[in-house]
Design a protein. Sequence first.
Length: 91
Amino acid sequence: MPRGHAVFAYLFEGAARFSGDDSSAVTGPRLVVLGDGDSVEVRAENSPARFLLVSGKPLNEPISRYGPFVMNTGEEIEQTLRELQQGTFAR
C-alpha cells in the first residue's frame, strides 16, 4: 500500500493477527483499521483466515453518517431523510 493511504481489513472468517493492530488476534467478523505503512503482515491463528484488504487515498472531506447514509454534513443527511419520507429520494 502506498504510504498515506487509508487501509483496513475486513476479516470475515477465522482469526488472525494484523500488523498495525495491537498484536492481539481478532476473530471474524471484524473490521481492523491499520496504521500508515507500505506493507501489511497477516498471521492466521489455528485455522485459515479469510479477509478483504482495502486501501485508498483519503479524500480529506468531512464525514457525517446516520444508519446506512454517509455524507459530508448532517444537513445533507436530514435532507435525504426528508426526501425519503416524501417519496422523492430516488426516481
